[in-house]
Design a protein around this ligand. Structure first.
Ligand SMILES: *[C@@H]1O[C@H](CO)[C@@H](O)[C@H](O)[C@H]1NC(C)=O
Ligand SMILES: *[C@@H]1O[C@H](CO)[C@@H](O)[C@H](O)[C@H]1NC(C)=O
Ligand SMILES: *[C@@H]1O[C@H](CO)[C@@H](O)[C@H](O)[C@H]1NC(C)=O
Ligand SMILES: *[C@@H]1O[C@H](CO)[C@@H](O)[C@H](O)[C@H]1NC(C)=O
Ligand SMILES: *[C@@H]1O[C@H](CO)[C@@H](O)[C@H](O)[C@H]1NC(C)=O
Ligand SMILES: *[C@@H]1O[C@H](CO)[C@@H](O)[C@H](O)[C@H]1NC(C)=O
Length: 576
């Protein structure tokens, strides 16, 4: 065994002719000139020395690698070494091989365990088996297997990473052959959780290594390309002679579970699979296979009530981020319980939306004016307060431990305003002292929206500032209705409607009727014309005894001392 190659030299004189070489692995391969160059073999004839020499690179095609494999399984450690090595290993005690090797029988074998402080007395393999250790010869390999936490293993730290180590030496002496094999397994076990990542580390230096170890890893037994790992958010860092792997808590391939414990929690489980290869100065590989179950601590998994809204007179409450293994089983509305799914006979609806990220959400709708909603008048806001306490019962499946999520929703529904009104001699005055939300409304006269332009056009007097709206409506302007018209006076009625600005629905109205007493007027209503004539300026002895309009059949409806009232259809009595 040379620095970078194996070498075999054959005495030319012994063979008589130049020998042919074959590499023997899974088959037999003739080392031709072409094959030699392709596969890392060199044949040199050293005529002067009478030798022919075959050199095989350590990386040549049929060199068997991995003399040592260590598996850090979830429940045991296993080391296997090839029982026949071309060269001595670089281990401390290493292989000491003399002559032809092992017989399949292990009867003569003894084992001793050692820890940093002592080497324990040897025992035979049956005794070792009774203590839970397995030594076996499988094909050309010696296999040693042990559960974790055996009395002969020990815990230590390698470059700051806690590891469990077991160091067994098996040996056999048979006649003049003495064989000793060192079997060391060292496994890093615990993971930790930090800021959204499950962290697990392994020392670079568990086994003798020239420079850095080669790492590849994945979940559930699949090794990933490094680029794929990075793309999926995995992290691999090397520092202080350790390799650290960071698995994003929600990495694909992990398992997630919800948990109720005085709150809603979740945890994640990962089956980390990692291959760490070290090559020592003799180009011998140690391959470490890790299978680690890593479990995050309980992480809080709050549900969120979002987009709570009042639309079309209905509470709409969205309970979101409900994990896939959590189901809503019932809802209490102001203390009254309703099983999920809701029966069709109730006025509330519950719809479930399943999201592609495996969470789901529930939208609950309850009409504001439903009797289950508590309504109370809020003086402070001069509005109706609508209140709904919701208590959701959720269950983690499978399981039956309930988790209650409660929220309280309220909506202030403004009460539409009404005006203060006074009758004046010549009209009606409306006044509205604005409240904070009175700009939500439209005021209309009939179907016409009250605006400064409308007011000007119709002869109303309007003033509007941040404090109040004043509207004076003089008698006989557009919008009045007249009734009970007689010489003693008449009633004039004026109405302001309050409408919803969006739907134009009439919410309320202010209607004012005043008694007016004017001496002389003309007005028309319902197709009738009413005229009052005041004759008080005419001396009483000159006043006629009888009155009529142009058409003599049209006589007054009422006459008192000085005034005459005619009332007649618009298009009659000679009106033009
Ligand atoms: C192993 O050792 C025990 C105790 O010394 C002994 O009783 C037993 O016979 C031994 N077994 C073999 C296979 O040598
Ligand atoms: C590396 O080790 C040094 C010395 O022990 C220590 O000060 C440093 O914090 C370590 N680095 C990290 C990233 O842990
Ligand atoms: C899942 O997707 C929905 C809809 O895109 C989103 O509202 C919710 O926050 C997501 N849930 C999580 C846990 O990321
Ligand atoms: C929610 O309902 C459960 C079951 O009736 C009850 O034990 C719990 O106290 C309720 N939570 C609230 C805040 O009312
Ligand atoms: C009064 O003024 C407010 C604020 O400028 C405006 O929103 C509202 O429409 C006005 N009202 C009327 C009847 O013009
Ligand atoms: C109407 O006016 C007359 C004369 O001006 C007066 O005598 C009468 O009391 C008034 N009636 C009302 C209801 O104001």
């Amino acid at each position: 065994c040379h620095d970078r190659y194996f070498m075999i030299a054959v005495d030319l004189a012994a063979t008589g002719e130049v020998p042919r070489f074959e590499a023997v692995g899974t088959g037999t391969y003739a080392i031709t000139e072409y094959y030699a160059a392709k596969c890392g073999y060199t044949i040199s004839i050293l005529s002067l020395l009478g030798l022919v020499e075959l050199r095989a690179s350590y990386f040549s095609c049929h060199t068997e690698k991995s003399p040592r494999e260590v598996t850090c399984e979830v429940n045991y450690m296993e080391v296997s070494v090839r029982s026949e090595l071309p060269c001595q290993s670089g281990l401390s005690d290493g292989w000491s091989t003399l002559g032809p090797l092992y017989s399949p029988s292990t009867e003569n074998w003894q084992v001793t365990f050692q820890n940093p402080d002592e080497r324990l007395p040897p025992m035979n393999l049956s005794q070792a088996r009774q203590q839970g250790y397995i030594f076996d010869l499988v094909h050309d390999r010696i296999v040693f297997r042990t559960p974790y936490g055996q009395p002969d293993s020990y815990r230590t730290e390698v470059t700051g990473v806690p590891v469990e180590v077991v160091h067994a030496t098996v040996f056999s002496r048979k006649s003049w052959v003495f064989v000793m094999v060192d079997l060391i397994a060292a496994c890093s076990k615990e993971g930790s959780y930090d800021s959204g990542y499950m962290i697990w580390g392994t020392p670079e230096a568990l086994y003798p290594s020239l420079g850095k170890t080669q790492i590849s890893f994945g979940l559930n037994g699949n090794l990933m390309e490094q680029a794929a790992a990075v793309q999926k958010g995995f992290i691999m860092k090397r520092y202080n002679s350790t390799v650290q792997i960071g698995i994003p808590y929600n990495a694909e391939g992990g398992y997630r579970k919800s948990f109720v414990n005085d709150g809603l929690f979740e945890f994640y489980i990962f089956n980390l699979y990692l291959k760490q290869t070290s090559v020592d100065e003799r180009h011998e590989e140690t391959v470490l296979w890790f299978h680690r179950n890593l479990v995050t601590p309980l992480l809080s998994s709050p549900l969120v009530t979002e987009d709570t809204d009042v639309e079309d007179g209905t509470f709409s409450i969205n309970l979101g981020k409900v994990p896939r293994d959590v189901e809503l089983t019932s809802v209490q509305l102001n203390g009254q319980e309703f099983a999920v799914p809701f029966s069709d006979s109730i006025a509330y609806t519950l719809t479930e939306v399943r999201h592609s990220n495996q969470s789901h959400s529930y939208t609950l709708k309850v009409p504001l004016h439903d009797p289950i909603v508590i309504q109370e008048f809020s003086k402070e806001n001069t509005a109706m307060l609508h209140k709904l306490d919701i208590n959701y019962t959720l269950i983690v499946t499978p399981g039956d431990k309930p988790y209650y999520h409660t929220i309280s929703v309220t909506a202030l529904m403004a009460v539409p305003p009404s005006f203060d009104v006074v009758c004046t001699e010549s009209g009606i005055d409306f006044k509205l002292a604005y409240r904070s939300f009175d700009f939500l409304w439209d005021f209309t006269i009939g179907s016409d929206r009250l605006t400064p332009a409308l007011a000007a056009n119709r002869g109303y007097t309007m003033s509007n500032d941040s404090q109040s709206l004043l509207l004076s409506v003089p008698l006989f302007t557009h919008g009045y209705k007249y009734t009970d018209i007689g010489l003693k006076g008449f009633l004039g009625t004026f109405t302001i409607l309050v409408r919803d600005r969006e739907t134009a629905d009439i919410l309320t109205s202010t209607i004012k009727t005043c008694l007016f007493n004017t001496t002389e007027f003309i007005c028309s209503t319902n197709g009738w014309m009413t005229v009052v004539v005041d004759l008080s300026a005419v001396p009483s002895d000159e006043r006629p005894a009888h009155f009529h309009l142009v058409n003599s059949l049209c006589v007054p409806k009422e006459v008192d001392g000085a005034r005459v009232l005619f009332s007649f259809p618009l298009h009659s009595c000679g009106s033009t």
